[in-house]
Design a binder for this molecule. Structure first.
Ligand code: ADP
Ligand code: MG
Ligand code: MG
Length: 213
């Protein structure tokens, strides 16, 4: 059973890598408007690093928790850049809600995602409205929690929350960047959605599909 959970996490990382490869150009283009244009590349390198580390961990017989820790470290190291560090810490934080020896309960899945978003907030220090991935991640985490507490199952709640993230990411086009590399060119970012919020929504949509299927 624990093996199944680790294999499922690995399958998710592979899905993440596919999604980032598919959207690499688009994410780079969004980042080029007011940033340095490397967000697509960073997400591809990060998710690829995570997949490789996850595979090695699986081969050693690691459980889901340990696999995620290794994947998170590899993501940050392989991506470089701000978003890589944030995603790395998100995976590590998520791992704390999981076990190496048993498959996660639904509530542990909710907690893992809550921990991940909290870690991004803590490490990045961004506030809602700063035009970062936080503007998709915070509404996502809130929607997930609300729907789950209202009695929807984990995968149904996740599907709703991913839709909230997608809408929230699109809405960041109305904001001016105030943090990260984009702050210098903040005005320029008006009318374009934040790259990190966009990739966050893409990955949470992939997660919902992965767990719903
Ligand atoms: P870099 O800015 O180092 O080139 P990326 O281009 O990969 O890294 O990532 C840029 C994205 O990182 C932004 O679109 C934003 O969503 C996110 N980001 C930047 N700074 C922060 C922060 N302090 N907190 C949360 N997210 C941030
Ligand atoms: Mg960049
Ligand atoms: Mg960069």
């Amino acid at each position: 059973e624990s093996q199944t959970a680790a294999a499922s996490v690995q399958g998710l990382l592979e899905r993440f890598a596919e999604v980032c490869a598919t959207h690499e150009t688009e994410l780079g283009r969004l980042d080029a408007v007011a940033g340095d244009g490397d967000h697509g590349q960073g997400m591809v390198l990060g998710t690829r690093g995570a997949v490789e580390a996850g595979l090695k961990a699986l081969e050693r017989g690691a459980g889901a928790r340990t696999l995620l820790v290794h994947a998170g470290t590899a993501w940050a190291e392989s991506a470089g850049g701000t978003s890589g560090a944030l995603w790395g810490s998100a995976l590590t934080a998520a791992s704390r809600a999981l076990s190496d020896t048993s498959a996660p309960e639904e509530a542990e899945g909710v907690r893992a995602l809550h921990n991940a978003v909290e870690a991004v907030q803590r490490l990045g220090g961004a506030q809602p409205g700063d035009k970062t991935m936080i503007d998709a991640a915070v509404p996502f985490a809130r929607a997930l929690q609300d729907r789950f507490q209202a009695g929807e199952g984990f995968s149904a709640a996740l599907e709703s929350a991913a839709a909230v993230a997608t809408e929230a990411a699109a809405s960041t086009s109305e904001l001016k960047a105030r943090l990260g590399r984009s702050r210098v060119l903040g005005e320029k970012s008006l009318g374009t959605p934040d790259p990190g919020a966009t990739s966050f929504a893409l990955l949470m949509t992939a997660l919902a599909e992965h767990l719903g299927s």
